[in-house]
Ligand binder design. Structure first.
Ligand SMILES: Cc1cc2nc3c(=O)[nH]c(=O)nc-3n(C[C@H](O)[C@H](O)[C@H](O)COP(=O)(O)O)c2cc1C
Length: 325
């Protein structure tokens, strides 16, 4: 499939996850085989009004590419203005490969502003926003949608057609409804339906947690690419595993030493990006995820929550992971 200059057979995408897919996470996933990454979602309005925190959130560096900056908002003119800002690269970063528009966020604060998944209730508004952004930027514009609002309103195909008619380059589809948030299971039939409804590439997302579930997503939906979210947090190796499975090769396993090296590398990338204090604090939700499935994981996690320095986090990870060897 293709998104602008990005071409790949069955590409693997790291899903945008606010609070998780920061630069360090994106770089580590790229190293282990994510073909394309996304920024965390960025408020178009905040970017346009030069909010101090937003430009850094929308900043991609060359090593991260191919990748997209994701914008959310509801006013076509404001999102178009933000797309212009992002197209040039923000806060000293480079231009992204694409601009992604968020029509899937289920959070009440976002939805009550008429943003995120609320926009799926008015496909015409999706058309207006995508049209305005396509006109404002030379970059390809993608959209990320859900299956629909709730079980009675699964209108992903209609929204996908509206986005396609407005000129979008690809569709990322998280096959849960807004009312499901992140629970229940993704409805793969909706992805298959959307794939039939549009000509642009469709990327399947939701519940890919293993090479097996990735193959199932491909088989049951006919989607063009795969997007992985939660299961990649603390497990960038999943991209390598999925790639092997897609290529029909044996799925490689991960050694505890490799897990440790990746956790430390991610921690160091985060320190380089955000400084030690913030990176160490955030290792509660980043480094700690590398301990998933270990005996005593909970007690090591508690220790990480108390850690004050890179050295302390590193020592806890070493004790936890090397003990497993
Ligand atoms: C903590 C968290 C933050 C998320 N933030 C975003 C976001 O900023 N933009 C977006 O489009 N989706 C966001 N999502 C949704 C994911 O991109 C993805 O669609 C969803 O988690 C389903 O994929 P998964 O089952 O592989 O995790 C977020 C999900 C989680 C759990």
């Amino acid at each position: 499939m293709q998104i602008g200059t990005f071409r790949c057979d069955v590409p693997l995408f790291l899903a945008p996850m606010a609070g998780y897919t920061d630069r360090a996470a994106r770089l580590i996933c790229r190293r282990f085989g994510a073909d394309f990454v996304e920024s965390e979602m960025v408020s178009a309005r905040a970017l346009v009004y030069q909010d101090r925190k937003s430009a850094p959130l929308a900043r991609l560096l060359k090593d991260e590419l191919p990748g997209a900056v994701q914008l959310f908002g509801s006013d076509p003119a404001v999102i178009a203005e933000a797309a212009k800002i992002v197209s040039a690269g923000t806060a000293g970063g480079v231009a992204p490969t694409a601009i992604d528009l968020n029509f899937g966020c289920p959070v009440r604060k976002i939805v009550s502003n008429g943003e995120g998944s609320a926009l799926m209730r008015t496909p015409k508004k999706i058309w207006e926003i995508v049209s305005a952004v396509v006109k404002a930027t030379p970059l390809p514009v993608t959209v990320k949608i859900r299956a629909g609002w709730d079980a009675n309103e699964k209108n992903a195909a209609e929204c996908a057609r509206a986005a396609e008619a407005a000129g979008c380059a690809a569709i990322f589809l998280h096959a849960r409804t807004r009312s499901q948030f992140y629970s229940g299971s993704a409805d793969l039939a909706v992805i298959a339906e959307v794939k039939q409804a549009v000509q642009v590439p469709v990327v399947g997302n939701g519940d890919i947690v293993s090479a097996e579930s990735a193959l199932r997503m491909l088989r049951e939906t006919g989607c063009d690419g795969l997007m992985v979210g939660r299961a990649a947090v603390g497990c960038p190796f999943l991209f390598r595993e999925i790639r092997a499975a897609v290529n029909g090769e044996p799925v490689p396993s991960v050694t505890p030493a490799e897990r440790l090296a990746a956790a430390l590398a991610q921690l160091d990338l985060a320190i380089a990006d955000k400084g030690e204090r913030v990176a160490v604090m955030e290792s509660r939700k980043q480094a700690a995820q590398y301990l998933f499935g270990l005996r005593d994981a909970a007690s090591y996690r508690r220790e990480i929550c108390e850690a004050k320095s890179r050295e302390e986090v590193a020592n806890i990870l070493k004790r936890a992971l090397l003990k497993e060897e």
